[in-house]
Design a protein around this ligand. Structure first.
Ligand SMILES: [Zn+2]
Length: 66
């Protein structure tokens, strides 16, 4: 018998953050379609991703389009 502990709820949308480096700029992007602004510091890009993970919603104001 296996009992499922609700410790790992599966969210409908998985947020997989990946950092993309462009020259000296770094921007975070999520598998859900969210994209962070280009930052010169990796920490900033990661902070943006962290904020996105906390909110769990696409960036407001910027339409992701198709
Ligand atoms: Zn996401």
């Amino acid at each position: 018998m296996r009992e499922r502990a609700p410790e790992h709820p599966d969210p409908p949308t998985a947020h997989h953050i990946s950092l993309t480096e462009r020259g000296s700029f770094c921007s975070a992007s999520c598998s859900c379609g969210w994209r962070g602004p280009a930052r010169r510091a990796r920490d900033r890009a990661r902070a943006d991703a962290d904020t996105h993970l906390r909110d769990g919603t696409p960036q407001a104001g910027t339409a992701p389009g198709m």
